[in-house]
Design a protein around this ligand. Sequence first.
Ligand code: HEM
Length: 507
Amino acid sequence: MIQLATLACFFLIVYLYVRHLKSSSRHLHLPPGPKKLPLLGNLFNVPTSLAWITYHKWCKELNTDIIHLSVAGMSIVVLDNIEAATELLEKRSHIYSGRPRLPMLSELMGYDFNVGFMQYGERWRKCRRLLHIAFPPDDSQRHHPQELNAAHNLLLRLLEDPENFMDHIKHMAAETIMSIAYGIEIKRNDDPYVTVAEQGNKAIAMVAVPGAFLVDTIPALKHVPDWMPFAGFKRKAKEWKKLALMASAMPFETTKQMIDDGSAVPSFVSYCLENSRAGDDPAFEESIIRDTAGTMYLAGADTTVAIIWSCILGLLTNPGALKKAQQEMDSVLGVGVLPEFGDQDSLPYVMAVVREAFRWRDVAPIAIPHYTAVEDVYNGYRIPAGSIVVANSWAMLHDETMYPEPFEFNPDRFIKDGKLNHAVRDPGHAAFGFGRRECPGRNMALSSVWITVASIMAAFDISKAVDKDGNTIEPSYEYLQDMICMPLPFKCSLKPRSKEIQRLIRC
Ligand code: HEM
């Protein structure tokens, strides 16, 4: 009886506290932000390209680490520094791990199978559990053999055909992920699995641009009949939906077939299928495995490629950094020796180059927006329920108090007395997102980028390309700035550093 009374008291106190919070928060102001029009809010000044730069400019002007925008009734909160992102998206991740509703992408195009866009709930949790098996946070070495193999295959392609280095790096990323996810060997750049997934990624990039489709602002439009003159978006969505289905189903069915005929090699899909067949609802379990594997290529290929391309671009702006990394490898490993994962700790400068690549031109400047369904209070400001919450990773990775001259590619910023300087924040924190939605492929991405960049620097001298008249071809340093930022095609010269290294790559 006494216990029951204690329990009742406890619930009463909690209820009163929540009511107090709710009623007191109603008097609080929203975070500051650019001036809003009645009803329309910031509809006409919300940025549709390079949003991270405008958001950061507003935060600076208003001297705040959080701003609020309202777009035709939609509440958007932007977090401009690591402290605000850590406080809300990590410490309070139980209420900030949702994703905004994306009618065009998820509901019409069928990309709700992608874990990155999935609503926070049971299906997402099941997918994340599987991703935890594939990429255990405490076992960063799980995929080293596939990553090393793909890096060495890349060196051979670069040796034989250096001009097409961008394609070869794409091939390396596809080869690594397809072998880890499905046990499928990718042989050609125009491999059908990769082609479909790439078309899918292009469609995502086009659709994810804020304001690209009116249906995202007015979701009811998704019900207009396909034949209506202004329903072009529905016809497009139908076409792209086929890609979404193919991107997740094609390689999955191939692996199933390989399991049935006994030719499957160990992979994420083969492991999960073999371990789930005894489950209660095999069809449901299978769909979770299919969706999780389908997300791996979409989430992991372009991101990895963009970082490695950016790293090469960065080294072109700072040839001294390449020299330092090469000298470090020559003196620690010996001349004409290729690095292995075991060498990581003895090559701090190489790690500094990789860190700088993740920071300099970060691949996902505003990551994937989070969503909160619950009203909250931060630093005296009211965060309305139903807000889209954007972490401005770009601002965090270009914070001049942490990274002076942030637009220079300068790996030395991470080095002190010949060692990694741990007082300088590892860009991995902001580059891979926050809280429960943090990138599950982080370890794999870091190790794959490290072995690839280290191997290329050990084997090749990288410099600006020269045309047939001997003139230097200056890269444009321009980027495709969608949801993922990728360098536009550029040229560079890759020359093997020695005869020994050529022999080593060929053997
Ligand atoms: C350079 C490489 C990569 C970068 C910079 C990167 C970055 C990110 C970022 C910023 C997010 C959003 C986090 C958030 O919402 O707070 C994310 C999500 C995700 N990433 Fe990565 N990623 C990379 C590679 C990979 C790889 C290799 C995989 C798997 C093979 C992967 C799988 C995922 C998945 C499944 C999500 C969605 C997580 C969720 O919504 O719960 N990523 N990534």
